[in-house]
Design a protein around this ligand. Structure first.
Ligand code: SF4
Length: 66
């Protein structure tokens, strides 16, 4: 591996690491809602049962005002 390849690969890994870190931070800050207990729909907004649903996923979306 020459110097140019070393910097190319290093840059790619730095970018990938940055995306991974950003995704992890967004999940921990709850900016991204991951589907947890429901297999009906990934997002409650599009579900017909949302108004009456008592599942944790729906409650969490209500708390966050989504
Ligand atoms: S509203 Fe309830 S049933 Fe519908 S997607 Fe959300 S958790 Fe699932």
């Amino acid at each position: 591996m020459n110097r140019k390849d070393f910097f190319k690969r290093g840059g790619r890994w730095a970018i990938l690491s940055g995306f991974g870190l950003l995704g992890t931070l967004l999940i921990f800050e709850q900016k991204i809602v991951l589907p947890q207990n429901c297999s009906v729909a990934p997002l409650c907004k599009n579900c017909g049962k949302y108004a009456q649903c008592k599942l944790p996923q729906a409650n969490k979306e209500r708390q966050h005002g989504k």
